[in-house]
Design a protein around this ligand. Structure first.
Ligand SMILES: *[C@@H]1O[C@H](CO)[C@@H](O)[C@H](O)[C@H]1NC(C)=O
Ligand SMILES: *[C@@H]1O[C@H](CO)[C@@H](O)[C@H](O)[C@H]1NC(C)=O
Ligand SMILES: *[C@@H]1O[C@H](CO)[C@@H](O)[C@H](O)[C@H]1NC(C)=O
Ligand SMILES: *[C@@H]1O[C@H](CO)[C@@H](O)[C@H](O)[C@H]1NC(C)=O
Ligand SMILES: *[C@@H]1O[C@H](CO)[C@@H](O)[C@H](O)[C@H]1NC(C)=O
Ligand SMILES: *[C@@H]1O[C@H](CO)[C@@H](O)[C@H](O)[C@H]1NC(C)=O
Ligand SMILES: *[C@@H]1O[C@H](CO)[C@@H](O)[C@H](O)[C@H]1NC(C)=O
Ligand SMILES: *[C@@H]1O[C@H](CO)[C@@H](O)[C@H](O)[C@H]1NC(C)=O
Ligand SMILES: *[C@@H]1O[C@H](CO)[C@@H](O)[C@H](O)[C@H]1NC(C)=O
Ligand SMILES: *[C@@H]1O[C@H](CO)[C@@H](O)[C@H](O)[C@H]1NC(C)=O
Length: 700
């Protein structure tokens, strides 16, 4: 029993190692984590056009910096210029490794590459870009050299006027390339080769044939399923009235359903939650260190006439040009709330907790809602930054009457980013005009702007319904945004990004019939258009309604043909799609309609509906509320008829040549460690290690 645990510990260490050597890649993104812009004409100094990370003032700044280096030799000058200009590359976030603080110069390719560089190469056997920079510049004096070692940590601010040569600063080419070099060979780690980053256009994958589902849960009103942060095979489920359950997710091919006893919730918050068709408990999130601190959070609506704690400032207020007395008989009767609870102290450690105290520990956020619709409500922790992201809709007036989504003073129609680990004093909270117990991360896009809401991460959304981070590429933060009249969209959310509503509905210009609170002019904004979506005209007209439900990048090896696709669906229309990105990391997505079926050996009956086209029985999904992902990276669909899991395609008769065969009665194949576990953060691994050790102690 005890011995059996040791291989697991070993594999945890192996995973840890794997994490350290495997950088993630990302769609076009600039060093400040903002989306690139479209240059209307080529830049004057840097040879970049199209989608770029420089505007003309940044271009000029780079030119000045370059001129200030006073490089006499033309080959070296050209190398240094190209290196400086890499800041304008649409992938500069990756090139400059912005995550650990931007470097003064990009990672220089250090392995021989087939890509031709304009620089002459002096040595046949070593033609890497890094090597050619050394060869061209080693004896050339450079004023305020960006290659000076002291600058590596100081984000490129010119120091004193000192002239240096590379071979003064570095002992050898190897030393130099050790310091500045990096590899591009695995196609994931980016390095600068002397030319704009080019993606591998032959690197494409085939479209999935279909999605095979099994029904493994009978609960019909779950809006959320969140994997246990301890990395175990358990997940939390929550419903709209306000209950949370903890359940074990059975292994694929085990024939078992989720064992969830609805009479025994993990937490019951129904007393606090106001429930109505559009209201209720919309989101929940577990602190990344839940296994140690037991902190978890619920996002729900409350009614101020019923709950004494339901008090907050109204989102319709004079700051945003909105007069609450003109809106409704009871403006801001209903609120959106994020509240904190604790599983601390109910078990030897929070991971073992099966029940939590129902009492609220702390009120994180309260916002009075001017209307009854479109208020979002999902909450999520960023996998890299550990901050809480709060999705808020525009409030729900037709066409966003008061222009909340574009107003940077309003929190409606936004994605907020909050620090819930550093709570200011009550005095500070009121001085700063915060909406609750949180602080604002310094690097929020408008954190330093007067007269703008510092909480905002992204704006111009209508009703974000389900966002997720790609488990393998944390810079891919995708949100589906429910449309009004015509278009349902999926956006890649970036820092300070404006997603257009209500000047645009998806990519389509939108003209509201009525305006009450001013209107932002479309020419004054730089909207980021969706990467995926669908026209209302594309889906079943009989239903008369459409509402997108955002999903996940599929990262399980259960269906290898689906691997890397972004899955999403429509709440009403019973349509599902796979968004396929070609080339990988380009941000260029194409959607394909995803036929789906029910596994012939589904643990629970999928209540078949007639399907004349194939022999595959169609599951009657009902309304698609949400997608979910467990710690094995398998994808789930929460619907009005139950909980479904994506399983091996052959169980539905779909063909996928890459599918692994399962011998009946044997242990199911474990997911390929490389792909399935890459997303595990070090913290998670360490915490599961602690947990494991905890178990060992108990076993001993
Ligand atoms: C601008 O882009 C086009 C192709 O998109 C290319 O042919 C042209 O050389 C580029 N111009 C500059 C100055 O980089
Ligand atoms: C630039 O370099 C030249 C020699 O190449 C030198 O004469 C001149 O003084 C340098 N200028 C500065 C500002 O250092
Ligand atoms: C660099 O400049 C700073 C002031 O700008 C000065 O204090 C320092 O002594 C200078 N260092 C060198 C090495 O010249
Ligand atoms: C780059 O790749 C080479 C050859 O595959 C390898 O020897 C070297 O360690 C790698 N360097 C880094 C920084 O990953
Ligand atoms: C591009 O992708 C294809 C298919 O994945 C692969 O065979 C090829 O080696 C890649 N080329 C480069 C330069 O990475
Ligand atoms: C959890 O409980 C432990 C032990 O009682 C205590 O030390 C710790 O501060 C608590 N943590 C939180 C977040 O309440
Ligand atoms: C902060 O949390 C406390 C405890 O829940 C609560 O009494 C207080 O109202 C909260 N402050 C704000 C501004 O929400
Ligand atoms: C949406 O549908 C309308 C009408 O059917 C069509 O004119 C328009 O091109 C479509 N737009 C997109 C983005 O598919
Ligand atoms: C975007 O994807 C489509 C479909 O795979 C492809 O035809 C097109 O060339 C891609 N566009 C770019 C700019 O890569
Ligand atoms: C599932 O339910 C349907 C409809 O009630 C029924 O026709 C079918 O036989 C059932 N299938 C299984 C495997 O029980």
């Amino acid at each position: 029993m005890i011995m059996a645990k040791f291989p697991m510990i070993c594999s945890i260490f192996c995973l840890l190692l794997f994490c350290l050597i495997n950088p993630s890649a990302s769609h076009p993104l600039c060093t400040d984590l903002r989306a690139p812009i479209t240059a209307k004409k080529p830049l004057a100094f840097c040879p970049y056009n199209g989608t770029v990370c420089c505007d003309s003032s940044k271009d000029l700044q780079l030119q000045k910096k370059f001129v200030g280096m006073n490089i006499s030799d033309s080959a070296c000058a050209s190398a240094v210029k190209s290196i400086l200009c890499a800041a304008c590359d649409q992938f500069s976030a990756e090139l400059f490794k912005a995550k650990s603080g931007p470097r003064p110069i990009p990672v220089l390719c250090n392995t021989p590459s087939k890509a031709t560089s304009s620089l002459s190469r002096q040595q046949e056997n070593d033609d890497s870009f890094c090597s050619s920079v050394w060869d061209a510049c080693k004896t050339i004096p450079i004023l305020n050299s960006p290659f000076a070692p002291s600058l590596q940590t100081k984000a490129g601010e010119p120091q004193n006027s000192t002239v240096s040569k590379l071979n003064d600063l570095w002992q050898s080419k190897d030393d130099f390339c050790q310091a500045f070099g990096g590899n591009s060979s695995d196609g994931k780690a980016y390095c600068y080769s002397g030319e704009p980053v080019k993606l591998n256009s032959s690197d494409s994958f085939s479209l999935p044939n279909g999605m095979c589902l099994e029904k493994i849960g009978s609960g019909t009103n779950y809006l959320n399923m969140v994997p246990h942060p301890d990395g175990s095979n358990r997940a939390f489920f929550s419903d709209q009235p306000g209950k949370i359950w903890l359940a074990t997710i059975p292994e694929q091919d085990s024939g078992q359903a989720i064992g969830l006893d609805e009479s025994s919730p993990f937490a019951d918050l129904t007393d606090q939650v106001y429930l109505d068709a559009k209201f209720g408990m919309m989101g929940m999130a577990f602190h990344p260190k839940f296994a140690q601190n037991g902190r978890f959070f619920a996002s729900f609506n409350c009614d101020k006439s019923k709950s004494p704690g339901c008090v907050g400032r109204c989102a319709c207020n004079s700051d945003v040009g909105c007069d609450p007395s003109k809106i409704a008989s009871q403006p801001c009767q209903f609120h959106t709330v994020v509240a904190e609870y604790s599983a601390n102290g109910t078990a030897p450690n929070p991971s073992l907790a099966e029940k939590a105290k129902p009492s609220e520990m702390r009120r994180i956020f309260t916002l009075g809602l001017p209307y009854a619709d479109s208020h979002g409500g999902q909450i999520l922790f960023g996998p890299e930054d550990g901050y809480m992201y709060v999705m808020l809709g525009d409030g729900g007036s037709k066409g966003d009457l008061y222009n909340f989504a574009q107003n940077k003073k309003s929190l409606l129609g936004k994605i907020l980013r909050l620090d819930v680990d550093n709570i200011p004093s009550e005095e500070q909270i009121s001085d700063l005009g915060l909406w609750g117990n949180y602080s604002v991360p310094d690097d929020n896009p408008f954190a330093k702007e007067k007269d703008m809401a510092h909480e905002i991460w992204a704006l111009g959304l209508r009703n974000p319904w389900r966002c997720s981070f790609d488990a393998e590429r944390p810079n891919y933060f995708l949100c589906a945004d429910i449309g009004q009249d015509q278009y349902e969209e999926v956006d890649i959310i970036t820092k300070g990004g404006n997603y257009g509503w209500s000047n645009f509905e998806g990519p389509i210009p939108f003209k509201p019939k009525e305006i009450a609170g001013g209107k932002t002019s479309s020419s004054s904004i730089d909207p980021i258009f969706p990467v995926l979506g669908y026209n209302h005209s594309e889906i079943n007209k009989e239903i008369g309604s459409a509402a997108i439900s955002g999903g996940f990048f599929y990262r399980s090896q259960t269906d290898p043909c689906m691997y890397g696709s972004y899955l999403y669906g429509d709440l009403y229309a019973k349509n599902m799609w796979a968004g396929v990105e070609t080339p990988t990391n380009s941000g260029n997505f194409t959607k394909t309609d995803l036929p789906f079926g029910c596994a012939h050996d589904s643990p629970l009956n999928c209540t078949t509906v007639p399907n004349t086209n194939t022999n595959t029985p169609l599951p009657a999904l009902g309304y698609i509320f949400s997608f979910a992902q467990d710690n094995r990276k398998d994808v789930f669909i929460l619907t009005s008829t139950g909980v479904y899991r994506v399983v091996r395609p052959s169980r539905c008769g779909f063909t996928c040549p890459k599918e692994k065969t399962v011998v009946v009665g044997s242990r199911p194949p474990s997911p390929a460690p490389a792909a399935a576990h890459r997303a595990y953060s070090m913290e998670l691994i360490l915490s599961s290690l602690l947990l494991l050790l905890g178990y060992l102690v108990i076993l001993l």
